[in-house]
Each structure stands twice: as structure tokens, then as C-alpha cells.
Design a binder for this molecule. Structure first.
Ligand SMILES: Nc1ncnc2c1ncn2[C@@H]1O[C@H](COP(=O)(O)OP(=O)(O)OP(=O)(O)O)[C@@H](O)[C@H]1O
Ligand SMILES: [Mg+2]
Length: 291
């Protein structure tokens, strides 16, 4: 069975420890790496792809250090960088062909692979158009296609849904669900709904550390009893918005209905409600404002 493992992986930039003693085992399935801006997601993914060397710790694939696998690791890896480079004057088809050659896709398979991937990311009609005429969402989809050119067993996507509209997001989810069988797919995002629907396991990352992991149910369970709703007047609503992590705010006539994430009951008449992943996100990543 396919496996990846990070053992005590740390990345120290000059001033900043971007990834801090990160240990994790990945087996087949879809993993959603969720964390706020600057949490260290990109740094972690780049180390997983062997683009960046850890300051300490090791990364293993099927029990072998990736650093020692050399070409073999690249052959089974697909990667979409957060900022992926492309040639604006190339057509979509030309660009994919260029990368397929770089990735040593067997020449006899290149045409059919490109055909299949353009279809999959719904860019077939744009195949002869220059990339500079593409929308942000189209470029992102082209990026997803290039990451899949070598039919990778390990697919790492850094914010694959950035810039996609809601329809494109749904299509992306379906595409990944279909693709992920017998593979490892790891995607980073700060969009809760991306991982809510497709990730088998959710990884919560904060300040370089893995602070929680589990399936959706297990993750959501962690904030059970910490999510409340209450009705308050507008002035109190404003005060609470500063004081607590407020995950929703709805005007109801004179009053305001608040959804609050807090360890303690915020007001006497607050009612405890079922948590969702968005509440978890707030609980872990925006609770700093709470006293
Ligand atoms: N080359 C670098 N040199 C110095 N510091 C860096 C470098 N790259 C990243 N950092 C810092 O490391 C931390 C983690 O950055 P990283 O890009 O990994 O976070 P991220 O979770 O991907 O954020 P985002 O959601 O914004 O993409 C940040 O504080 C960032 O400023
Ligand atoms: Mg990033």
C-alpha cells in the first residue's frame, strides 16, 4: 500500500520557523490541509515534493527517503504550486505537450493523455487558445491538468481552488474524488467547504504545527459544546463581535442572532448548537480574539 511519511520535519527560515516538528503518515485517500495565511502549508508541501530541503527531519515515500529516490519519486509525483509558472504565449495544448515531454511521458501516450486531461478540466474548446487569454479559473484548471500529466500516484495541490467559481469548485471536487482511488491526494486550502466534502482526512495546521487531524466527524466533535446561538440587541452584537469568535450574524428585526464559538457559555440565554467545520475553523484559527 502506498504511503508517505513526515518525521519531525522542521523548516527554519532566517527569522521564522515556518514548519515546526511536523510528523504525519499518509496512506491512500484525500487529505485536506487547512490553515490560515502563513500557517506553513506551502512550505510543508514544497518539502513533501522535494523542492525544498527540511532544516531537520525526513520525508519518506513507501519507506524510502524521497531525497534518495531521485527520478523515481518525480515519476510518481504530481504537483500544482500555489504560484504556478506558465508561458502566456503558448496555447493550452502546446503547454501541456511541453510539460509532458519534460516529465518524460512516453511519446506514444502524450496525445491521448492531453486529450483526456483537457476534457477532464473542461478546457477542450480552449486547447488552441493562448494561455494569456484565459481567466484565472481556466489557468488554475490548466494547472490541475499539468499536475496530472504523469498519472501520479501522489498528487499534491497547493490551493487548487483559488480563483475558481462555485461551479468550478464543485467540478473540481468531483474530479478529485474520481481520481483519488488508490492514490494519495493532498490539497491545501483555507476554504472550509473544499475539504468538508472531499477530504477523507482533515489536517489542521497552525503556526507550523499539526494541531489536529481526523475525519470530518472527529474534527467537528472537538468543538461539540462550544458553539452557541443567542439573540441580542445591535449594540451587544457589536460588542460580542469584538469579544468572541462569531461565525454568523443575522439581523432579525430589532434583534441580531449570533452564532458564537466559545469554550464558555457567552450569555445566560445562549443555546448550545451542533457544530460544523466552519465553527472548527473559527475555534482554532480565530479564537485569539477571545479573552
Ligand atoms: N522563502 C522564505 N523566506 C522567509 N520566510 C518565508 C519564506 N517562505 C515563507 N516564509 C514564511 O514562512 C511562513 C509560512 O509561509 P507559507 O507560505 O508556508 O504559509 P501558507 O500556509 O502557505 O500561507 P498562505 O495561505 O498565505 O499561502 C510565513 O510566515 C512566511 O512569511
Ligand atoms: Mg501557501
Amino acid at each position: 500500500m502506498l504511503s508517505m511519511e513526515l518525521r519531525g520535519v522542521t523548516k527554519q527560515y532566517k527569522q521564522k520557523k515556518a514548519v515546526d516538528d511536523f510528523s504525519l503518515k499518509l496512506e491512500e485517500g484525500v487529505y485536506g490541509l487547512l490553515g490560515a495565511n502563513g500557517a506553513g502549508k506551502t512550505t510543508l508541501l514544497r518539502m513533501l515534493c522535494n523542492i525544498l530541503k527540511p532544516t531537520s527531519g525526513i520525508v519518506l515515500c513507501n519507506g524510502m527517503e524521497i531525497d534518495e529516490m531521485d527520478g523515481e519519486y518525480r515519476r510518481i509525483l504530481g504537483y500544482l504550486p500555489q504560484q504556478f509558472g506558465y508561458y502566456p504565449n503558448m496555447t493550452a495544448e502546446r503547454y501541456l505537450r511541453y510539460l509532458a515531454e519534460l516529465k518524460a511521458v512516453p511519446p506514444g501516450l502524450i496525445d491521448s493523455k492531453i486529450e483526456e486531461l483537457l476534457e477532464l478540466v473542461e478546457l477542450s474548446e480552449m486547447r488552441k487558445k493562448k494561455i494569456k487569454t484565459f481567466s484565472g479559473g481556466m489557468i488554475r484548471r490548466l494547472g490541475i491538468a499539468q499536475a496530472m500529466l504523469n498519472d501520479p500516484e501522489i498528487l499534491i495541490l497547493d490551493e487548487p481552488t483559488a480563483g475558481l467559481d462555485p461551479k468550478e469548485r464543485i467540478r473540481f471536487r468531483n474530479l478529485i474524488s474520481g481520481f483519488s482511488k488508490n492514490r494519495i491526494v493532498l490539497l491545501s486550502t483555507h476554504i472550509v467547504s473544499d475539504v468538508e466534502y472531499i477530504a477523507d482526512r482533515i489536517l489542521l495546521m497552525k503556526q507550523g504545527k499539526l494541531i489536529g487531524q481526523g475525519n470530518l466527524e472527529e474534527i467537528v466533535e472537538q468543538v461539540e459544546g462550544h458553539v452557541w446561538t443567542c439573540m441580542v440587541d445591535a449594540q451587544t452584537a457589536e460588542e460580542y463581535n469584538r469579544k468572541y469568535a462569531v461565525s454568523n450574524l443575522k439581523n432579525q428585526g430589532e434583534k441580531v442572532e449570533l452564532r458564537i464559538v466559545a469554550s464558555q457559555k457567552p450569555v445566560e440565554d445562549a443555546v448550545s448548537v451542533e457544530p460544523g467545520l466552519e465553527d472548527v475553523y473559527l475555534y482554532y484559527f480565530e479564537q485569539e480574539t477571545e479573552e
